[in-house]
Design a protein around this ligand. Sequence first.
Ligand code: PHE
Length: 453
Amino acid sequence: MSNTIPKRDHFSSKFGVIAAVAGSAVGLGNIWRFPYVAGENGGGAFLLIYLAFIALIGVSVMLSEFVIGRSAQRNALGSFKKLAPGTPWFLVGSMGIVAAFVILSFYSTVAGWTMEYVVSSLLNRFQEKDPSQVNQMFEQFIAHSWRPVFWQILFMFLTGWIVWAGVKKGIERYTKLLMPLLLFIIIILGIRSVTLPGAMEGLHFLFYPDFSQLTGNSILQALGQAFFSLSVGMGALITYGSYIRKSENLGTSAFQISFADAIIAILAGVAIFPAVFAFGIEPGSGPGLVFVTLPNIFGQMPGGYFFGILFFILLTVAALTSSISVLEVVVAYMSEELNLSRHKATLLATGAITLLGLLCTISWGMGKEWTLMEMTVFDMMDSLSANILLPLGGLLIVIFTGWTLKSQVVKQEISNNGALKAPLFQIYYFIVKFIAPLAIAIVFLDNIGLLNV
Ligand code: PHE
């Protein structure tokens, strides 16, 4: 079955790989999720640990996913079957498919909110509103009976449509152009934000590490956010890795993309937190944070009307280039392992995920009461993916790469069969074999109270 796979599509240029993987990494994770989770976990100390996790573990998990995908030339589940036939390792791939459903269900809710904000900006709805009115508008909107649902369905439709179009034509084309523009706007926003009266408090919050704010749970959250932001731990980059040409330098790509991803999260923090303090917003106010903060900044800058529109359009695009990488995990699996056509697979997966997603969206309105351990459906999906599925997936991926794959195979893949020097290979391999598995395991065990550190 999976031996008769037709020739695979590959990204066509160096820029194509970087653009597609960076497109996957940069998204709502950096601009929506990072500020809200950092805000809930005390700011500076969280940022520091988050960056340490990216540098120490995230880059290596990313590279390991590339290695697995490119050497196997299969989807996230098929790759494990091919590299470790007859073993239970394929379950890591199955977990990735579950994670894809979970992530996209709430991701599409937030992407839908972003699309509503494109329209609100266009209609100038934020004009002359004070921070409490901006907040009220947001709360009314997310609890509305059909508007957030409409946007979510539209977002899922767009995601499905791009994936339907296939790898080269679909994914690469949409990622190349718009990211530099997004970066530019975030920088402009940051400049406006830090020049607001009272902005210093926000910078202090973001950059001054106060370790007394950290709990075992915030350390797990920092790890989860690092993985979420880099798109690692669920096989999205195994799947994309399988589309990367054999001549590309995997190590350099992983390093550059992780670096860019972290910078964008920091810049988002620089745009958000000064404004949070300047406008008297609570930093720990949760998933609505950027939606109740940004419109106030746009309201107070020259050209704010146009910047606002452009920003929310670009954020929607950034969300799309991430969501397609999540959907691609499911579609590549269904078409290669279950022998469905790509089109049928896309329809089925998009439809099923949209249904699950509706639960997340309405959990801000009429589904508010459906809670478990004080978490709504949205909260549950958000926390299940970032705090459990991705770290666990990442743990298993590094163990697989460090202990199950032969070191020669890994080395060959990273050095392109000896064509590249790969000077940092030993360091990478040491991290993958020892440091990363231990660190992730300790963070987990500490969090469930099994360690007293
Ligand atoms: N990294 C994406 C973002 O920051 C989200 C994502 C998570 C994508 C996991 C793929 C896999 O928005």
